[in-house]
Write a protein that binds this ligand. Structure first.
Ligand code: BV8
Ligand code: ZN
Length: 257
């Protein structure tokens, strides 16, 4: 995008946001990229030679739970060393403007939105910080300290698994219903840092659009969601979102100045 095209798109997005009553954000791995968290497609969907869909799946767990814990322990260790970036903070700032009329739906499991101060966050794919017991089902937040190989449930000594939605697993009904309510009810959907290829998360874009929401895409490149986007802000989300926030402030100032 030329500077002029970007400025026009930012003005357009800020003017629309200014009159929006309810805002929903759908975020993906791209929003954490500038924090140093690898995205899925940048690694061509591979981790140490394994297809992520093979490791992050019930079959992968049944085949080799140790390998799966190695995969998640490596990501937990990485996330423990990183911090939210200006893109996470800008989304937390946006939430402050709309309060309970703002919902962040994230596909990310790194918890960086929560660390940046976002409050109403739907972690539809779970969290690296949480484990679930495969026997008693207890879900615990264990932070990012090392859990070692094949951690056991303190209550019943059953094997713990990451409390993460794997490929081929259904999403939590209540969390997914809340995400759909947010997408159906918003008049602006910001789609940030996602390739929009994973379902049902990606379906939130057409769901919002069908209800007449304006879709603003923030990404480095065009994606599967681009054809549904009214406005595209193409550049790093850690740069684009703070610029959008600034424009929004200017819009407010100019409207009330
Ligand atoms: C289900 C947890 C049924 C794991 C994840 C064929 C066609 C369509 C669908 C399917 C199909 N075959 C199978 C399916 C269903 C499948 C699916 O969608 N597969 C895809 C791969 C085709 N979905 C499922 O299996 C779901 N479950 O359908 O179950 C069911 C129903 C009821 C009952 C029982 C069963 C479960 C999906 C959840 C899988 N778990 N995560 C983990 O994280 O370890 S998904 C995983 O992909 C991550 O959560 C990740 O967030 C997500 C999506 O990826 P993105 O976030 O978009 O990341 P990606 O790297 O792709 O893109 C990054 C983007 O950022 C890029 O666009 C890039 O340009 C941009 N970017 C980079 N840097 C920046 C940037 N943007 C801005 N700024 C930057 N600096
Ligand atoms: Zn247990």
């Amino acid at each position: 995008m030329t500077d002029e095209e970007l400025n026009t798109a930012l003005d357009h997005a800020a003017r629309w946001l200014r009159v929006s009553k309810r805002v929903c954000v759908l975020s993906g791995a791209g929003v954490s990229a500038e924090s140093g968290v690898a995205t899925f497609r940048a690694s061509n969907g591979l981790w140490e030679g394994h297809r992520i869909e093979d490791v992050a799946s019930p079959d992968g767990w049944d085949r080799n739970p140790n390998l799966v814990w190695n995969f998640y322990n490596a990501r937990r260790a990485n996330v423990a060393t990183v911090k939210p970036n200006p893109g996470h903070h800008a989304i937390a700032e946006l939430e402050k403007r709309w309060g309970d009329r703002f919902t962040l739906v994230t596909q990310n499991v790194d918890g960086l939105h929560l660390e940046a101060g976002s409050v109403n966050v739907l972690e539809i794919h779970g969290s690296l910080r949480q484990t679930r017991c495969t026997v008693c089902g207890s879900v615990e937040n264990r932070g990012l300290d090392p859990l070692g190989e094949m951690p056991e449930c303190p209550q019943c000594h059953g094997v713990l698994r990451p409390h993460i939605v794997w490929f081929g697993e259904g999403l939590d009904d209540d969390i997914w219903s809340a995400a759909m309510v947010a997408a159906n009810g918003c008049d602006t959907l910001l789609v940030v840092g996602t390739s929009a290829v994973v379902y049902p998360a990606a379906s939130l874009v057409p769901i919002a659009r069908r209800k007449g929401a304006t879709v603003i895409e923030v990404n480095m490149t065009r994606t599967e969601a681009s054809s549904s986007a009214d406005i595209g802000l193409y550049g790093p989300s850690g740069v684009m979102l703070p610029k959008l926030l600034q424009k929004l402030g200017e819009t407010v100032a100019s409207a009330t100045g």
